[in-house]
Ligand binder design. Structure first.
Ligand code: HEM
Length: 185
């Protein structure tokens, strides 16, 4: 994945646990990189190793690390670093969700080696929809849950995410029911 992902994980862990904890995570993960270059592609395994090492050394499950990282990605990384791109996604939660299937297309124009996730929306009502998440990368469903929760926070719209199914032999996507309330003032 592009260096911006590992960099964001570093930022989150330093902010929450301090630099020594981060150095320990890198050591435990066997990652010997001083500075992640945003626009360089790194092996996916490096990101998985960092998440695994964070889980082992900081006493959280990998699911908890990924979910927290999804929230952080929206509320800090994307907002601070890619605000304009984020704004193009929509001006409220339902609009943003319905635009998710094409969201990474713009990012692919800048980062040409991007291997983006796939999304599609079904069963759309005024307060809910079903989201399919397609990916070649296994095990990231809790990252998606965190991302959706982060978007709810960003739009001040209480959101509930329920995973209804996982990719496996009979389907090639994870399935989420996303329900939301009216935005709060
Ligand atoms: C401006 C905001 C965003 C930027 C710059 C961005 C960029 C990226 C980048 C660079 C990757 C790594 C893929 C690679 O390097 O090949 C990625 C992966 C991913 N992004 Fe985004 N993203 C943004 C917002 C979002 C949002 C809003 C969602 C969904 C709610 C999302 C869902 C994902 C998922 C699930 C992955 C994991 C990749 C996979 O499943 O294969 N991203 N994104």
């Amino acid at each position: 994945m592009y260096g911006m992902v590992n960099q964001a994980l570093e930022d989150m862990l330093i902010e929450r646990f301090g630099r020594p904890a981060w150095e320990n995570v890198k050591k435990e993960a066997g990652v010997n990189v001083e500075v992640f270059i945003t626009s360089n592609a790194y092996p996916d395994q490096m990101t998985y190793s960092l998440v695994g090492a964070a889980s082992r050394t900081l006493g959280m499950t990998t699911e908890e690390v990924l979910r927290g990282f999804g929230q952080y990605w929206i509320l800090k990384t994307a907002r601070d670093g890619y605000g304009e791109l984020l704004n193009l996604g929509g001006s409220n939660l339902p609009e943003f969700l319905e635009n998710l299937p094409t969201f990474h297309t713009r990012i692919s124009l800048i980062f040409s080696h991007l291997q983006p996730p796939g999304f599609s929306c079904q069963d759309i009502t005024a307060t809910s929809l079903r989201l399919r998440y397609y990916s070649d990368r296994p095990g990231l469903s809790q990252f998606v849950v965190g991302l959706l929760e982060g978007l709810g926070d960003m739009f001040k719209t209480p959101v509930r995410v329920l995973q209804e199914g996982s990719a496996g032999p009979d389907r090639d996507y994870d399935l989420f029911l996303v329900e939301w309330e009216q935005p709060q003032p």
